[in-house]
Design a binder for this molecule. Structure first.
Ligand SMILES: Nc1ncnc2c1ncn2[C@@H]1O[C@H](COP(=O)(O)OP(=O)(O)OP(=O)(O)O)[C@@H](O)[C@H]1O
Ligand SMILES: [Mg+2]
Length: 260
């Protein structure tokens, strides 16, 4: 049933070639502690960027700044041509374009899978219920669990719940998807099904910024791997260079640690 909408639904993917996100000289502090230091980053539409680095290096903070879940104090962040400031209207505008998937899926436990997916489109975008359900079923089909639509989150495995979280984001028709360690809370046997979903999304041209230590995923789909340490981008290279010829000692050490 969702197929009638499929072409229109999928055709919204952002055209390649333009800038999706630009961060210029971004600095952020938590009190006295400087968590982001002079971050310059340009993400083009259609880019798949993997962000990695040690715990506490600022990866989550970096991507949370892109949809203003965190506020930066210096520098500028421009998302799809809109600069993030205190202007609430602009923040809303950006959030409407940006989907985010977290380590913990944050599904509403008292709503069915279908209701989790239709809630924002209906309330934020005022999409009529029948259409919201059709879109939801389309994306639940895409993440390969349409048959779970009428269950509640607790009745699904972790991997299935994370795929619902991805589908729920997609229902808002984002132009950019942010992932913050989407597989790190999953049992090992469920990691692959979530990564497969992400690979498919990448292959369809979604602009993606993924914090992950899944280096197989990085090798397979990333255009660029970014390594952060102590709030800085230390290295930024295509996976071929990043893995075979890391430029910085800190990157080398990190790679050695995660590979062993
Ligand atoms: N709300 C906050 N208030 C104060 N300090 C914070 C806050 N959020 C994060 N930090 C600190 O900022 C630093 C960077 O945190 P962040 O969560 O961005 O790191 P990360 O690279 O995502 O780490 P991990 O791999 O463990 O998820 C850490 O030292 C953390 O303790
Ligand atoms: Mg983090």
């Amino acid at each position: 049933m969702a197929d009638s909408h499929a072409a229109r639904i999928d055709s919204d993917a952002a055209p390649a070639g333009d800038v999706a996100v630009e961060m210029i000289g971004v600095n952020k502090w938590f009190g006295e502690f400087q968590v982001l230091k002079n971050i310059d980053l340009k993400v083009m539409k259609g880019d798949r960027i993997v962000v990695c680095g040690p715990s506490g290096s600022g990866k989550s903070t970096l991507i949370r700044c892109i949809n203003r879940l965190e506020e930066h104090q210096k520098g500028s962040i421009i998302v799809d041509g809109v600069e993030l400031t205190n202007d609430v209207k602009k923040i809303d505008e950006v959030r409407r374009e940006v989907g985010m998937v977290f380590q913990h899926f944050n599904l509403f436990p008292h709503l069915t899978i279908l209701e989790n997916c239709t809630l924002s489109p209906m309330w934020v975008k005022k999409v009529p219920k029948a259409e919201a359900e059709e879109i939801a079923m389309h994306f639940l089909g895409k993440v390969k669990i349409p048959e779970q639509a009428h269950k509640f989150p607790a009745q699904l495995s972790g991997g299935q719940q994370q795929r619902v979280a991805i589908a729920r984001s997609l229902c808002m028709r984002p132009r950019l998807m942010l992932f913050d360690e989407p597989t790190s809370a999953l049992d090992p046997e469920m990691v692959k099904e979530v990564l497969d979903t992400m690979v498919e999304l990448a292959e369809e041209g979604m602009t993606m910024l993924c914090v992950t230590h899944e280096m197989g995923f990085a090798r397979q789909v990333a255009d660029k791997v970014i390594f952060m340490d102590y709030g800085e981008i230390v290295e930024e290279n295509p996976p071929s260079v990043f893995f075979s010829n890391p430029q910085h000692e800190r990157t080398k050490l990190f790679l050695k640690q995660i590979i062993t």
